[in-house]
Ligand binder design. Sequence first.
Ligand SMILES: *[C@@H]1O[C@H](CO)[C@@H](O)[C@H](O)[C@H]1NC(C)=O
Ligand SMILES: *[C@@H]1O[C@H](CO)[C@@H](O)[C@H](O)[C@H]1NC(C)=O
Ligand SMILES: *[C@@H]1O[C@H](CO)[C@@H](O)[C@H](O)[C@H]1NC(C)=O
Ligand SMILES: *[C@@H]1O[C@H](CO)[C@@H](O)[C@H](O)[C@H]1NC(C)=O
Ligand SMILES: *[C@@H]1O[C@H](CO)[C@@H](O)[C@H](O)[C@H]1NC(C)=O
Length: 367
Amino acid sequence: MTTVLDSSFVLRPRVASACSCLVTPTSTPSGGPYLNQLMKSQGKLWFGTAADIPGTDETTDPAYLTILTDPKNFGEMTPANTMKFMFTEPEQGVFNYTGSDYFLDLAEKSGDLVRCHNLIWLSQLSPWVTEGNWTAETLTAVMENHIKTLITHWSDRCYSWDVINEALAGNGSFSSSIWYDTIGPDYFHLAYQFATEAVEATGKDIKLYYNDYGIESPGEKTTATYALIKDLQSRNIRIDGVGLESHFEVGGTPSTADQLEAMQGYIALGVDVVQTELDIRFPTAPYYNETGQAEQAQDYYQSVAACMLVGPHCIGTTVWDFDDYYSWVPSSFPGQGGADIYNDTLQRKPAYYAIAEAIQGLPCTVC
Ligand SMILES: *[C@@H]1O[C@H](CO)[C@@H](O)[C@H](O)[C@H]1NC(C)=O
Ligand SMILES: *[C@@H]1O[C@H](CO)[C@@H](O)[C@H](O)[C@H]1NC(C)=O
Ligand SMILES: *[C@@H]1O[C@H](CO)[C@@H](O)[C@H](O)[C@H]1NC(C)=O
Ligand SMILES: *[C@@H]1O[C@H](CO)[C@@H](O)[C@H](O)[C@H]1NC(C)=O
Ligand SMILES: *[C@@H]1O[C@H](CO)[C@@H](O)[C@H](O)[C@H]1NC(C)=O
């Protein structure tokens, strides 16, 4: 497959980089290019990955851990599950930090920043929350205590927090959730107000993010997200960035131009963006023939290229785990798979090398 660049794909001057050599899959399996190293050489904060540790096989898989903990590969780790409400506050007012502390220790030992994920979401809640008989007032108090306790507890061991995750439906209206249905639309700014107060009390620079999918290209949901940011800003409530989840499909990935346009819209409002959960799944098998691999490489290339081209306010890219064996896709989307940049035996796929080329502003040789 030949490389088709979007019309807006203008190579920007490369900052000093140790090696601008063209690297292809002929490199040795564990030799360069290294994605975090390349991102840092271009002034980004990281190339990162989610990891579902502790409590899964990842926790004790030496081959997986060798790749995960090498700072040349990753400079950021996002806990896929362990910081979610049901694990951190299993009973009202009783917090469990054990799993998250394990994750933070591993990330810190690997030299990684951590995007702490997440405080308020409609899913993975404790039964006492979903089954409670709340008024707006009593549930707001639950929200305030959860947000303030966790932000205070881990302080700046968290580079950032996803304060609210996935608040919006596809048409840009608020999704039904215990939070929205009980408190109403005010829950959104109240959550960020509590988070702002907690961060100010720590005296640390902990970034506050909104994280969602379907907001990576222009559309109703993206426009609604712009409005939420402006609303927080008009109330002098802190919002530092937007997490663009970027769960895409092979052949259905937004163009570089569209991703760039959405990012430029957020940045124009004065916030940063991060690609927070990038993966690009095959909607049907087969997952591993040559044509499909090249198409997937192209889709990864055009996504990471948007972050590179938009400038310093796209601060990094994080994949939602890095290998097909541990991917969340097959269990969440039956029949779909092959979404990640390493295959199920931890070998790098063409997509890996396409990302290396996108980071360096080089044409894609594996697309
Ligand atoms: C706290 O979480 C850890 C790790 O997820 C779990 O093993 C432990 O049983 C939990 N502790 C309590 C008291 O629920
Ligand atoms: C829920 O709370 C309301 C108001 O406090 C009360 O009238 C009602 O009986 C409660 N329902 C249940 C099932 O506890
Ligand atoms: C937006 O979508 C949601 C969820 O699909 C739906 O319940 C709601 O009625 C829609 N709102 C409008 C204004 O179309
Ligand atoms: C190769 O894989 C792609 C993506 O799954 C699929 O659309 C295509 O039909 C496959 N080609 C062959 C020859 O199997
Ligand atoms: C994973 O990659 C290795 C090396 O390229 C290859 O031998 C193996 O067949 C791949 N696995 C799959 C499922 O394609």
